[in-house]
Structures are given as C-alpha cells and as structure tokens.
Design a protein around this ligand. Sequence first.
Ligand code: HEM
Ligand code: HEM
Length: 195
Amino acid sequence: MPGPTRYDQVAIAIHWVTATAIVIQFALGWTMISLQPPSYLHFSLHQWHKSIGITILVFSLLRLLWRVLHRPPPLPATMPAWEKRAAKVSHATLYVLLIALPISGWAVVSASPLNIPTFLFGVLPFPHLPVLPDLPDKRDAQHALKILHEFGGWLLALLLAGHVADALRHHFLIRDDVLVRMLPRYRRLPTFRRS
Ligand code: HEM
Ligand code: HEM
C-alpha cells in the first residue's frame, strides 16, 4: 500500500497553531522582561506567557503522541541522504525543545521566592512543580533556571530560523512539495453554471 504524500489534517493543524503560539510567546517573553515590576502590564504579560507556554506544552505532548501513531510522508527521493538525516535530527530537536522549554519556564515560576500562583488564562489554577517550592535557596535556583530558560529560548529561536529558511529554500529554490504538504488543503467548492 503506498504511504501518505501529505501530512494529515491533525498534524497540519497542530503545526500551524503551535507556530503561531510560538511567535506570540517569543514576543511576550522578550517584551515582558524589558518591563519594570511592579506594574500591571508586567504581571499581566507574565500571566499570558505562562498560559500560552503551558498550552504549547500540552499541544506538543499531544502532537508527539499523534506523530508516533501516524506515519508522516516520506521525504522526497531526490533529497540527499545527509539532508534527510539533518531534517530528522532537527525535527527531533524541535520536539525536545517544544517540551523542555515550557518545563524550564514552569520550573522558573515554581522556584520563585515570590511564590506567585498561576491561573491559566485568568481562570484555571495551575500548580507549581514539586520540590522546587521547598528548596532552601530559591533565589540561586531560580537564577540558574532563568539562565537555562533564556538559553533554551535562544536555541529554539536559532533552530526555527534555520527551519523556516529551509522550508522556504525547498519551496522557492528547489521547488519540491516539502512546504505544500504541510499546508492546509483548500478544496474548491463546486461551481454551478446557469444553463
Ligand atoms: C515557528 C514555529 C514552528 C515550529 C515550532 C515548527 C515545528 C515543526 C516540527 C516539529 C516539524 C516536524 C513535523 C513532523 O514530521 O513530525 C515541522 C515540520 C515542518 N515545518 Fe515547521 N515549525 C514552525 C514553523 C514553520 C514555518 C513558519 C514553516 C514554513 C515557512 C514551517 C514549515 C514546515 C514544513 C514544510 C515541515 C515539514 C517538513 C517535512 O516534510 O519533513 N514550519 N515543523
Ligand atoms: C515554548 C514555550 C516558551 C517559550 C518559547 C518561552 C520563551 C521565553 C523568552 C524568550 C523569555 C525571555 C528570556 C530572557 O531573555 O531572559 C522568557 C522568559 C520567561 N518565561 Fe518563557 N517561554 C516559554 C514557556 C514558558 C512557560 C510555560 C513558563 C511558565 C509556566 C515561562 C515562564 C517564563 C518566565 C517566568 C520568564 C521571565 C524570566 C526572567 O525574568 O528572566 N515560559 N520565556
């Protein structure tokens, strides 16, 4: 039986919802750290960043499960073996970061000496990670976790820049179907002609 030639609709939907959320998440992250506390905007942007970040974590876990259960289309036969390997390694690294980065942010919040509670989207109470709230020296732990979260953010941003550039290179320079098979398919509605 021939394999799929496109990503399935669920994989496509999760890919683009996550991509949009990630762009918002970076904008929020970099904006909020430039603001001076205490201010309502500083607090509010942190709450939005936490809510969207945890949503990305949930989507990424579901996506990984979906990916294990559904075979993606094979890469074009014209693609050299080294490039296929590089694509697989970079996608696997993306998955690791899409899960590890939100967890590191969750850890920053959990180790905070201020012990600020999280309400996702202002309504859903969300717990801290275990152990971290009970550490004797939370200030140092939180500082180290902040550096980890910041470093992970830069790593993801760098990888995504390469990911997007490569998708565009495939579409506009190599002109294969790598990008198109990750785009939603629009079906034309039937046209009715007057007789
Ligand atoms: C900005 C956040 C983004 C994230 C986190 C992300 C993540 C991912 C991941 C994890 C995969 C692997 C899918 C799989 O095989 O399971 C993937 C595939 C893909 N992404 Fe993205 N992506 C992002 C943005 C974009 C953008 C903006 C484009 C297009 C310009 C793009 C184009 C593609 C394409 C074409 C594939 C399929 C590659 C293939 O067939 O092997 N992505 N993406
Ligand atoms: C994929 C998801 C995420 C991305 C891409 C992301 C990205 C970022 C970025 C770029 C910053 C600014 C870092 C800096 O330069 O110092 C930041 C800061 C922060 N993030 Fe995230 N984040 C994510 C998830 C989360 C989650 C889930 C939480 C908490 C539940 C969180 C909590 C924080 C906090 C508290 C800061 C401020 C750290 C500081 O004051 O230095 N993040 N994030």
